[in-house]
Ligand binder design. Sequence first.
Ligand SMILES: [Zn+2]
Length: 362
Amino acid sequence: MRRSALALLLFAPSVILSAPTGPLQAGAAPLPVFEFHSGFWINLHHFLYQQARQRRDAKDSKSAVPPAPAAAELSPAERAAWEAAVRYYSANFADTDLAFNSDLGAVKDKLSDLENCAELSGKTTKDCDAEFPPALTRALEAAALVYRAHWWPQHDRDNRRWIAQAAPLVRQNGVGLAQRLAEIYQAKWPREKIRVDICAYANWAGAYTTLDPLRVTISSEDPRNQGLAALEILFHEASHGLAGPVELAILRECRQLGKPIPRDLWHALLFYTTGEVIKQLIQPPPASASDAPAATGATATSSAPGLPNAPNSTAYVPYAVREGLYKRGWAGYQRALEQFWQPYLDGKADFDDAIARIVSAL
Ligand SMILES: [Zn+2]
């Protein structure tokens, strides 16, 4: 990123952000495992990206980008500033993927860090200098006035509502889930809390993760991320940071067998695992007579605390099943995971053996 020493000062110095925000925890006690943020600049960034992407994909009926809300009542000056920013995003970002492009990831992380800054060129506080190309700084600062006036209040409310819904689930189950997943993947859960930026819009998938540093972005408005699915999506995304040993084991087995690496097998395995772990948390398997003494009153449908709609007779449907991921080219993976990975999750097989069996079955 070039330094923006000569950034044009389009941002009125009198305009300040709302009260500074840090991690939002929706309760008195700090949350374990994750820290949630509803940051102004990162929300603006994703909204602009989404609008630019939507224009690019206007003719593409396969596009999963949700429709933008009807443009608010913009004055001619506001419309010009907004259009300039969308044009910048169209020209520079719309053809790159938020989850895989490192430049775009660096922009996102910087905007996330500067959530409490009123501007991005460092003219009021040196720490607020994003060191972006001047044209990007100008576009964001000019669009910020429009975004704040017309969209941000609603987006911020949606983000805070999502956080208020997810926080009790994380408070009650976060530590246990983190330990369980780290154990499954034979990896270490990060010592620091994982930063999760909640945005009205995330990407086509509704959530994504970037590594080094490990950071998660989740859409608060995406219908796929609501209710108990919030817990699954959080831990699925965080698992991207634990996938190294799984990817290595797959690679090793493929090399030994002289097979090509099955595309996205590691990712299907992550979806499968998080889905099963959350399902078990909500609906533990029926306890056997020997480990469920009648005096405890435990029942087959008792669930972990803090889960709002459990116990319930309806089974939890994991994300990958609900959203049809296995039907889109992953049917073979699903069969192999059910047959060879599930025994590992149940403690009846070891890690290397399970991976070896999956790879040889494909
Ligand atoms: Zn994923």
